[in-house]
Design a protein around this ligand. Structure first.
Ligand SMILES: [Co+2]
Length: 317
């Protein structure tokens, strides 16, 4: 799941600046960049079995998201692995079961059932008021789509974003799937989004500036003829769902020269669109759509920075 950017003047160099209001928030507001303020919060009333441990934002316990990027110990990394692998396996299961005519709330039910069966909590459920267990973002929906009555049609593209809370840690991964046979433009958009994520991952290594991720993603998208939606970033992840560092998917001077360090875990999750990257948030306070109705695609992994490179934690062997 993406976190919302509120960095000042967040836009790719040499590109048309979007007028979206997030751009104008003061830098001081930066740490609130993970916060959403839905106009109507509709918390789910689903009953979670007592055997499943709940994240603090559900129990109401105090918990501290670190103020700076956390360096995890080898033990903490090992403790986090099962959550990441579980998220990957649920995403794969969902991907294998998508079909024309399926409603997005059936996908939600699948994810919920798979989590409960594994003894995990579906992280999006009641996270800042998100009402479902997974985000399903179809076609022009950029991210944070709420599963509902939308029925998948031939040629749709859908991002399914799975995050689980398991054994005290979150693991976060998403993919965009093509339903049936899509047109060439959609296919190349989806391929480019995956390439961008993977290019962003490949540059990760101890000592590399975090800003390099946005540079390579932006260049890769541009070469493919697509734009990166700049308003949503990857995020540090661990015992908390969203924390520092922000992983900005476009070149941005304000990212500064912070370096990746061995033991950091964060997500890389660029969103590409085949039209203007301007967005609008719908009245439910969550669903983000492109202003011009153009399609968007996103891929995400949770990664670990290592001494010599990276490890993709949400990749199954
Ligand atoms: Co995420």
């Amino acid at each position: 799941m993406t976190s919302k950017i509120s960095l000042v003047v967040m836009y790719p160099k040499n590109s048309i600046i979007s007028s979206f209001c997030l751009l104008k928030k003061p830098l001081l507001a930066r740490r609130s960049c993970n916060s959403n303020s839905p106009k109507s919060k509709s918390y789910s009333k689903l009953i979670i079995p007592k055997t499943i441990s709940l994240p603090p934002y559900v129990t109401g316990e105090d918990y501290v998201v670190p103020h700076s990027a956390e360096i995890k110990s080898p033990q903490e990394i090992n403790d986090m692995r099962p959550a990441c692998l579980l998220a990957a396996s649920i995403l794969k299961f969902v991907g294998n079961n998508l079909k024309i005519g399926m409603r997005t709330d059936e996908i939600d039910a699948l994810v919920y059932a798979k989590c409960i069966e594994a003894g995990a909590y579906p992280s999006p459920l009641n996270f800042k008021g998100f009402p479902k267990s997974v985000c399903t973002s179809v076609n022009e929906v950029v991210c944070h789509g709420i599963p509902g009555s939308h029925t998948l049609k031939n040629g749709d593209i859908i991002n399914v974003d799975v995050t689980v809370f398991y054994k005290g840690y979150h693991g976060d991964t998403s993919e965009t799937f093509i339903i049936g046979e899509a047109d060439e433009q959609s296919k190349s958009l989806v391929k480019a989004a995956e390439r961008c994520r993977d290019a962003g991952i490949r540059v990760c290594s101890h000592g590399t500036p975090l800003s390099v991720i946005g540079d390579i993603i932006y260049n890769t998208a541009t070469e493919a003829g697509f734009q990166v939606v700049p308003f949503f970033c990857g995020h540090g992840i661990g015992r908390y769902f969203h924390g520092p560092p922000d992983i900005v998917h476009v070149p941005c001077d304000l990212v500064g020269d912070q370096k990746m360090l061995e033991g950091m875990t964060f997500t890389i999750e660029p969103i590409l669109c085949d039209g203007s990257p301007d967005i609008r948030i719908e009245d439910d306070g969550w669903t983000v759509v492109t202003q011009d109705g153009s399609r968007s695609a996103q891929f995400e992994h949770t990664i670990l920075v290592t001494r010599g490179g990276f490890e993709i934690l949400t990749m199954q062997a």
